[in-house]
Design a protein around this ligand. Structure first.
Ligand code: ZN
Length: 262
């Protein structure tokens, strides 16, 4: 009798393992991962968090992709690789591939207190940082205010961390929803060595996306109205206006550096 129960239990366990394995290997539904894939995605997000928190604060936005991936166990790593091999165009993202190479002239920018929080240590390539400083001096003269760098250069590793962080939180395991907000490693303007992007916030920490803020909170700032009129004189352009062609959500805080020919 006991033997029969043991055999039955073993069979059930084998069937369950097979079922979980099937779900793990199933091609992800881009609008919602199955429950085994959600479980793995959460483990990846937690492990990325652990790896990032082991680093000194000034290295967290430029974390190396391989360092992050090597912190995962075998099945987590294989799943993360499968996700990053998806062509972002299949998720509705229509932007180009930028780069996975780190700019050689990154400038370290100290963390700044904005409202009740800090921006954290940020990095920018030298050319865009110089134009940012010129632009802020002019803004200060015109309206007595400045914008601060809430997110500058981000390495492919940082992008990988953010991708899983938002996939398992606000995007509710929808790869398609996530792709509207967070680019895959290599596809973010924040990783572009030349046309790199900056997410701005004002002195009160308003950026339009954190802590329950709305896009309009940033959009309506006098600093933003000044940017819309003047930023192009300093080679900064709004990347993702409303209903943009790239399949990216409206991001009034996200501006990229570019030399336009005319
Ligand atoms: Zn951005």
């Amino acid at each position: 009798m006991v033997k029969k129960i043991m055999i039955l239990a073993s069979v059930i366990i084998i069937i369950l393992i097979g079922y979980f394995a099937l779900l793990y290997f199933e091609k992800p539904d881009y609008s919602c991962l199955n429950f085994v894939q959600r479980y793995v995605a959460n483990k990846i997000s937690q492990q990325f968090d652990n790896e990032i928190n082991k680093l000194p604060k000034d290295r967290r936005t430029i974390v190396d992709f391989d360092t992050l991936m090597n912190g995962l166990n075998f099945y987590e790593k294989a799943f993360a690789q499968r996700i990053f091999e998806i062509n972002p165009a299949q998720l509705g993202f229509k932007g180009p591939f930028y780069s996975i190479d780190r700019p050689k002239d990154l400038i370290e920018i100290s963390s700044i207190k904005v409202g009740y929080r800090e921006t954290g240590i940020q990095f920018c390539p030298e050319h865009s940082y110089k134009d940012y400083l010129r632009m802020m001096d002019q803004m200060q003269k015109d309206i007595g205010r400045r914008l601060y760098i809430d997110s500058g250069y981000r390495s492919p590793g940082r992008q990988a961390y953010l991708f899983f962080h938002y996939l398992t939180s606000s995007s509710k395991y929808s790869l398609m929803e996530n792709a509207k907000w967070i680019a895959m490693p290599g596809y973010s303007q924040h990783g572009s060595p030349i046309n790199n992007a900056i997410d701005f916030c004002n002195q009160d920490g308003i950026n339009g996306f954190s802590d329950g803020q709305k896009q309009s909170d940033f959009e309506n700032l006098p600093e933003n109205k000044w940017m819309l009129k003047n930023a192009s004189r300093f080679n900064f352009y709004l990347s993702y206006p409303k209903n943009n062609q790239w399949g990216v959500a409206y991001e009034p805080w996200h501006w990229h550096w570019e030399i336009k020919s005319n």
